[in-house]
Write a protein of this length. Structure first.
Length: 362
């Protein structure tokens, strides 16, 4: 039968693993089903016997992985007759919440740290008609405020503290397993508020319990050096990084991230802004993939671990081919200001054939 709504989002694909009932109105923008791309360049960098794949989450409808969680969170909010939702955000959650709320026809309120979110993300929240409040304070302060507001007033929190967000986001690990035929040996991802690492780990464990996969990956998370509370073991009051998406000093899912790390035999480490920007350019130039800086933290982490010999010595017990998946969480178009600061401007030339041919140098 032809589906009248023509949707094939993550709820339709993975309904049996999600808290969806026949009464849940499904709000979807056809999220998920993102490409898992083989990287010849990074595989060669790692050496013989390694296969590196890139999960390009920037191709979700609002340009980040947040849509996987938001389709479930907004659908459940509607089922529970919510009239409004609220979130704090470094940008992508607000973009996703405002788009899915627009589709659902419910009020959306977003609190963002003033002057600290990328232009594309701000544009999204504003065009979708959310109530956008720029708070004089950082993300952690904004998150405390929305937690308090949602506890006291009839407005549903759609940050990843909302368990439906985690449920939806775990579908990314299902897709990776479906594509590879099993879990990878390693998964590398950026860590900010730590909802996503929590979601992936939950997804892998559930897929294994369902008998869909045989092994579990080691979870390798990366925080920006100036915003690395989990690595340092304490709250960072004034986190700093050019990767604004992960500029978070007190992650909500801190404990769950540590659990994912420890249960899987993985690690959470730091990458510098320079390492992030190097990986950001590398992905664009070598892979044709435009990601936002926070997303490049996964590949920066891969390169760092390769350099310190992590895959050769420390990690034993690997036989045959070793598969590594790096999660690229958001699209590069989210943060055009950073791109323009990173690249050389176009060369200005006369509108003249000879002048142009000279530049092309064929
Ligand atoms: C591109 O939008 O926290 O560790 O408020 O946008 O699950 O927080 C975004 C986080 C990685 C980190 N990559 O994921 C928000 C927000 C990108 C992101 C992360 C974010 P979590």
């Amino acid at each position: 039968m032809i589906n009248p709504y023509n949707y094939w989002g993550v709820i339709a694909r993975y309904k049996k693993y999600l808290p969806i009932t026949n009464r849940t109105p499904i709000i979807t923008l056809n999220e998920g089903n993102t490409p898992l791309l083989y990287s010849e360049y990074l595989s060669n960098l790692l050496g013989k016997g390694f296969r590196v794949y890139l999960k390009y989450e920037g191709l979700n409808p609002t340009g980040s992985f947040k849509d996987r969680g938001m389709t479930v969170a907004i659908s459940k909010a509607l089922e529970e007759k919510a009239k409004a939702v609220i979130c704090a955000s470094t940008g992508n959650t607000s973009a996703s919440a405002s788009a899915y709320s627009a589709k659902a026809g419910i009020k959306c309120v977003v609190l963002i740290p003033e002057g600290a979110i990328a232009l594309g993300k701000l544009s999204q929240a504003l065009i979708h008609g959310a109530i956008v409040l720029a708070v004089r304070g950082n993300f952690d302060i904004a998150l405390n405020l929305v937690r308090e507001i949602s506890a006291k007033f009839p407005i549903t929190l759609v940050n990843s503290l909302n368990p439906y967000r985690i449920e939806g986001q775990k579908t990314a690990s299902f897709e990776i397993c479906d594509a590879l035929g099993d879990a990878p040996d390693f998964q590398i991802m950026p860590v900010g508020n730590a909802g996503n690492i929590t979601a992936y780990w939950k997804g892998y464990k559930e897929y294994k319990a369902f008998g869909k996969i045989k092994k579990l990956p080691r979870m390798l998370g990366f925080q920006a050096e100036g915003a690395a509370p989990i690595v340092k073991g304490h709250i960072i009051r004034n986190p700093q990084t050019i990767a604004t998406a992960i500029r978070i000093g007190n992650p909500a899912s801190w404990k769950q991230a540590e659990l994912a790390r420890d249960e899987s035999g993985g690690l959470i480490d730091t990458v510098s802004d320079k390492q992030i920007l190097d990986a950001y350019r590398l992905l664009a130039v070598k892979e044709g993939l435009f990601v936002e800086p926070a997303s490049a933290a996964s590949v920066a982490g891969l390169i760092k671990l390769k350099k310190i010999g992590y895959f050769g010595g420390k990690v034993q017990g690997l036989k045959g081919i070793t598969t590594i998946v790096c999660i690229l969480t958001g699209h590069g178009l989210k943060d055009p200001d950073r791109t323009i600061k990173t690249v050389k401007p176009p060369k200005i030339v006369q509108a003249d054939l000879k002048a142009i041919l000279k530049e092309i140098n064929l």
